[in-house]
Design a protein around this ligand. Sequence first.
Ligand code: FMN
Length: 197
Amino acid sequence: MKRQVCILAALVALFSGCSEKEIDSADTLAVIASRASVRSYDTGRTLPDETIEKLLRAAMAAPTARNTQPWEFIVVKDRATLTAIAKAHPHSQMSATAGCAIVVCGTDNGLDGAAKEYWVQDCSAATENLLLAAHALGLGAVWCGVYPIPERIESIKAVLGIPPGVTPLNVVNVGYVKVPAQPKDKWKPHKIHFNRW
Ligand SMILES: Cc1cc2nc3c(=O)[nH]c(=O)nc-3n(C[C@H](O)[C@H](O)[C@H](O)COP(=O)(O)O)c2cc1C
């Protein structure tokens, strides 16, 4: 509970322009370290709109190349559509029981050449912010990848009526946790290189 209160204070500080020093760094790091993909939700409990807005505010606070913000978010609360997503995506069966799914979509960022591809990184950063905010609020969430797998892109676009030029990066399922997930220990010092490879 204390962790949720602290991270909420951090989010409030973030959105009200308070100094970074007022953010409890230990709690922020604890939220990051304790996040894990949650795939089991309290079925049928939809999330309040205020909670969903907090998740979206966190997502849109992400870094983005040249501040282009090439993202759009489809919030799915309709149970029939959640079930359709579960059928359209081979590894997102949990959409059927999620409190909501937020589909993070990439749009044209207007940048030239290879920089056009920065949309993937921008939308990924937004997704991670969303996952961390969900965890900080005591919710469970999982990122289910769509882009760059052509069949998944086409089937999710068809289910949600996504127009040409817009690409779904993923489906983020969010819900009240039924079965908590244990964070994996991914700390591998041998993956770190100092000064050069
Ligand atoms: C690009 C990407 C695609 C993923 N796709 C799926 C997916 O389709 N279904 C799923 O259940 N989890 C998916 N995940 C979640 C990963 O399985 C999970 O992050 C990984 O096993 C590490 O576990 P953790 O999130 O609990 O740390 C995806 C994660 C990423 C970053």
